[in-house]
Every structure is written in C-alpha cells, then in structure tokens.
Write a protein that binds this ligand. Structure first.
Ligand code: MEV
Length: 317
C-alpha cells in the first residue's frame, strides 16, 4: 500500500482559523513514501525535491518534530530511514510541514507494523505542527490527513447549519466531501516567509486592536461561508468575489507582500475572477479562480518569473 499525505490550498480563512473562525481548504497531492529502511542508529528523513536530509539528531524544527513523533508514538518501534517524494514546494503556504508530519506518522506506523486510525495520525501530526508553528489551528494537519474539501473550525462543526447535506462529519471538528477540482491556478511567488512569524504578527494586531481585529475575523468567516456556498453551486463569479474580499482583509492584517499583489494583478489581467494569497502569506503562494482562463493565468505568472505549482484541468471541470 502506498503511503501518502496531502498538501492543501486554503480557499478561505487562513489566520482566522487560529481564532476559531471557519475556514475552507482543499487537499492537493502532497507527499509519498518512496522507500523505508530499518536498522539505522537514528530516525532519518530525506525529501530530495526539497534538499531536505534531517534526523532525530538535527537541531532544527524537523529534528525536534521527529523526536516529538517518536516520543508520542503509541507503541515500540526503533529507528527507520525514509525516502520521500514531494509534490508541493516547501515553506510556500501549501501545507508542507503538515504533509511531512502526516507522512512520517504513517511511515512510523508501517515501520512498527501497526495500523493507526486517521484521527491518531492527525493528533500526532498536530503535535509535530506545534513544533513547527507554535499554535496551529489544526486546519493544515486535518487536510494533510484526510484531503478532500475541508470546512473546518477548531471549536467544532455542529454550528454549520446548511452544510450538513454537502459535507460529511469525519471528526468532531471537520466536515468534508469530495467535489470536482474547481478551476484554480496556484502560483509560487518564491518570496520566502515563515508561518510562525506571520501568525505572531496577526496575534500582535489582535491583541493591540481587539475590536477592529475581531470584526475583520468575523468578516473572514462570512467569506468562508459565502465562498463555500458559491463553490458548491459552481457560481464562479460569487466565489471570485469572496476570494477578493478575503484577500483584502488579509492585506489589512499585513499578510500580503508587494510581489503577491503583483501576482494578483497579473491574474486579474489574465482573466481570473478573483485571487488571494493562500497560507500564512508574507510571500509564498497565490491562488486564482480562472474558469476557462487557467492557462492564461499560468502563462502570465510564468512570464513574470513565478512558479506555477498547480493548474486545474479545464476538461475535467
Ligand atoms: C497556515 O497554513 C494557516 C494559518 O491559518 C495557521 C493555522 O491555521 O494554524 C495561517
């Protein structure tokens, strides 16, 4: 059985998710275990496309998260060496650390000849994500575990009236269903950023101007609900409008970057119905909604020197 985990594109609600607001994210092809060797003196992971080669002895976030995994794993295991393939770039807002965490938890289970429930995988990955990001909402580790379309709120899903028939409750905090991939294009600005730093900057804003910030977070949640409804009925005009609204609020929170604004302008000029930063922002990726104009948006980004990470196949609608 191939071991996999998902990357993700947050359609709505990044940062707001940390403050208990609803968010919506879609799973992307993330990571895959290529080979697993046993009998090593330390646990080691190699992700060739990321130039990553770390072990439990590494004094960095990957090393510490590996140690966390081994310490929390329910069962005896010993060490292993894993070679991993990645389909998303690292540190670009597409859930690379959560995808790695989930894949490592599944790899350790395979190595220990144990079957882990998805919920256990998610819980382990959440602990590893805490090492990477400090205060993760749980959105990334949830999508990395389950994939699909996740309408997520860390405080619980039961208060999502109107969505019960479209989503299935798979945990106490997450609703999910499989839908055809919407006409999205995702581009990487290649501007480096840190989720931890961006989350801390938003926290500073929330603490210093609570009333203003809470109002913005509520407005983001309205984008999530409106956007989710628009997505389910394939109303691309309405969905694009919500992308733009959500991005404007993220910009007010200081999460954008001049290069992201350039990419968003390029996408609009190339026919996108809406575009926003995705993930923590400050760099990383932009997602554009471009029904019938996917290739034009991709071309405008490539010509501008940006990486096209994902483009929906228009024929598959
Ligand atoms: C990062 O991918 C998403 C954030 O909302 C942080 C989180 O939800 O933990 C910025």
């Amino acid at each position: 059985m191939t071991l996999e985990s998902f990357g993700k594109v947050i359609l709505f609600g990044e940062h707001a998710a940390v403050y208990g607001r609803a968010s919506l994210a879609l799973g992307l092809p993330g990571m895959r275990l290529v080979s697993l060797a046993t009998g090593s003196a330390e646990t080691r992971v190699r992700v060739r496309p990321w130039n990553l080669d770390e072990s439990t002895r590494s004094e960095n976030a990957v090393g510490r998260s590996l140690q966390t995994l081994l310490a929390r794993f329910p069962g005896k295991s010993g060490h292993f060496e894993a070679e991993v393939e990645a389909f998303i770039p690292p540190s670009a807002g597409l859930g690379s650390s959560a995808a790695l965490s989930v894949l490592l938890a599944r790899t350790l289970a395979k190595h220990a000849n144990t079957i882990l429930e998805n919920e256990t995988v998610r819980r382990l990955a959440h602990e590893m994500e805490t090492v990477f990001h400090g205060t993760p909402s749980g959105l990334d580790d949830t999508v990395a575990t389950y994939g699909g379309l996740c309408l997520f709120r860390r405080t619980g899903w039961t208060e999502f009236p109107g969505f019960a028939k479209d989503f299935k409750a798979v945990t106490d905090t997450c609703l999910r269903s499989d839908i055809p991939t919407p006409p999205l294009v995702i581009g990487n600005s290649l501007v480096p950023r840190s989720t931890k730093t961006l989350v801390a900057a938003v926290r500073k804003e929330v603490e210093s101007h609570p009333e203003r910030a809470e109002g913005r977070l509520d407005a983001v949640e309205r984008c999530t609900f409106e956007g989710a409804r628009a997505l389910l009925r394939k109303d691309w005009n309405a969905l694009g409008k919500q992308f733009d609204r959500n991005h404007a609020i993220l910009r007010e929170f200081g999460c954008s970057h001049p290069t992201l604004e350039t990419m968003i302008d390029l996408a609009r000029k190339a026919g996108a119905k809406g575009a926003k930063l995705t993930g923590a922002g400050g760099g990383g990726c932009v997602v554009a909604l471009a029904p019938g104009r996917e290739a034009d948006v991709a071309e405008s980004w490539s010509s501008g020197g940006f990486d096209v990470v994902f483009m929906a196949n228009p024929d598959k609608g």
